[in-house]
Design a protein around this ligand. Structure first.
Ligand SMILES: O=C1O[C@H](COP(=O)(O)O)[C@@H](O)[C@H](O)[C@H]1O
Length: 212
């Protein structure tokens, strides 16, 4: 695990913008998976101002809540209003998780879309992960979720709202870079992480960006 400390969220998210820029410098087309929740919202706002060739960037979601796409809790909705609506990006570059009443249908379609895009090897260039204060990451909450072998999984937790659709742990671990974004409030959870077997500890080659 590599850890990088930042004096504030602006510095942390500026580094994320740099990481994307560097990845673009080395590749014609890149794939990025964004997590949901509150943490990445400021990053989305910063990215909305970045002078990228967005037609070279394919955007995916790491996880989604099983709610309509215009629901305030939808991860796609937050990505859309804070980033997608503000940039010029071809529609075909946006790979969100579709809403169906039955989350299994969302899972099937997302898995199909991932396989169509990546072909045999589903390997994101960058995944930006978050972590809940209970140590979950993406929408992987339990040991049972971590044992699921599918590319995309459906999950739920008594402590979290909505059924979920999430990249499976093997899909996350096959990413070229997994960057965990931790705001200051998550430091206490993170400090105890090594002695726990919380979902975040199952992510391989993790780079941790921490707001100190
Ligand atoms: O439910 C979720 O929680 C985590 C953390 O969310 P945050 O609001 O504390 O940033 C998030 O990374 C995950 O993608 C999300 O759906």
């Amino acid at each position: 695990m590599k850890i990088k400390n930042f004096k504030n969220v602006n510095a942390m998210f500026s580094q994320c913008v740099n990481v994307i820029r560097e990845t673009l410098n080395k590749n014609t087309i890149i794939s990025i998976g964004f997590s949901g929740g509150k943490t990445p919202i400021k990053l989305f706002k910063m990215l909305a101002l970045a002078p990228f060739h967005w037609e070279r960037i394919h955007i995916f979601l790491v996880d989604e809540r099983n709610v309509p796409l215009n629901h305030m809790d939808s991860n796609y909705y937050n990505l859309k209003i804070n980033l997608l609506d503000k940039i010029h990006i071809p529609k075909k570059n946006i790979h969100h998780i579709y809403y169906f009443e039955n989350p299994k249908d969302s899972q099937t379609l997302y898995e199909k879309n991932l396989k169509e895009f990546f072909k045999k090897n589903i390997s994101f260039d960058i995944i930006f992960l978050g972590m809940g204060s209970d140590g979950h990451t993406a929408s992987l909450f339990s040991k049972e979720d971590l044992n699921k072998k599918e590319v995309v999984v459906t999950t739920s937790s008594p402590n979290h709202s909505h059924n979920r659709i999430s990249l499976g742990i093997d899909t996350i671990n096959n990413s070229k870079r997994n960057i965990l974004l931790l705001t200051r409030d998550k430091i206490p959870t993170f400090e105890n992480i090594n002695s726990s077997n919380k979902p975040i500890t199952y992510v391989k080659h993790l780079e941790v960006f921490i707001e100190l």
